[in-house]
Design a protein around this ligand. Structure first.
Ligand code: SME
Length: 161
């Protein structure tokens, strides 16, 4: 396993994602522990893009429960009917929120968070097993580029669930 990530010096996120994807794949390839792999994925995304907060919430006993993350402390439990994370869980769809203040029911774990993307992570039955939540301290920081590449990263773990 590489000891450090090789991140291209570019402002083009596609270029960074393209370089990052095989490195994440290599990072988790020989490790069977899910928590360890989720932890390294959050660290890699945080390091590559400097996002404000990157983390997973897992479906546990009828709620979303905080899993491995990078960033400030966060809400530990999110009911399915609340927040962007709850909406991504219920719809099993990627949700991009350009301005969190305009999303009804958004849960503000931090007032510094301005925009957000949440992606459902499916298990082998196609059921949402967790969500990946990324917060930015910039408005309108996420686009289809993030959605497409983050889906590819998620697929690296989905088939193991
Ligand atoms: N904002 C999320 C809650 C999680 S924190 O941002 C880390 C939401 O509305 O679901």
């Amino acid at each position: 396993m590489a000891e450090e990530l090789n991140i291209p010096n570019s402002s083009d996120r596609s270029i960074i994602y393209k370089a990052l994807l095989p490195q994440i794949e290599a990072l988790i390839a020989d490790e069977s522990d899910l928590t360890a792999n989720l932890a390294n994925i959050t660290a890699a995304l945080k390091e590559a893009f400097g996002f404000f907060w990157v983390g997973f919430y897992s479906v546990k006993a009828g709620q979303l429960v905080l899993g491995p993350f990078q960033g400030p402390i966060a809400c530990t439990r999110i009911p399915f009917h609340k927040g962007v994370c709850g909406a991504a869980y219920r719809t099993a769809k990627v949700i991009i929120v350009p301005n969190v203040d305009e999303f009804p029911g958004h849960i503000a774990c931090s007032s510094a968070s301005k925009s957000e993307i949440v992606l459902p992570v499916l298990n082998h039955n196609g059921t949402v097993a967790m969500v990946l939540d990324i917060d930015s301290d910039q408005l309108e920081d996420f686009s289809e580029t993030d959605e497409v590449w983050l889906q590819k990263i998620i697929r690296l773990i989905e088939y193991k669930l």
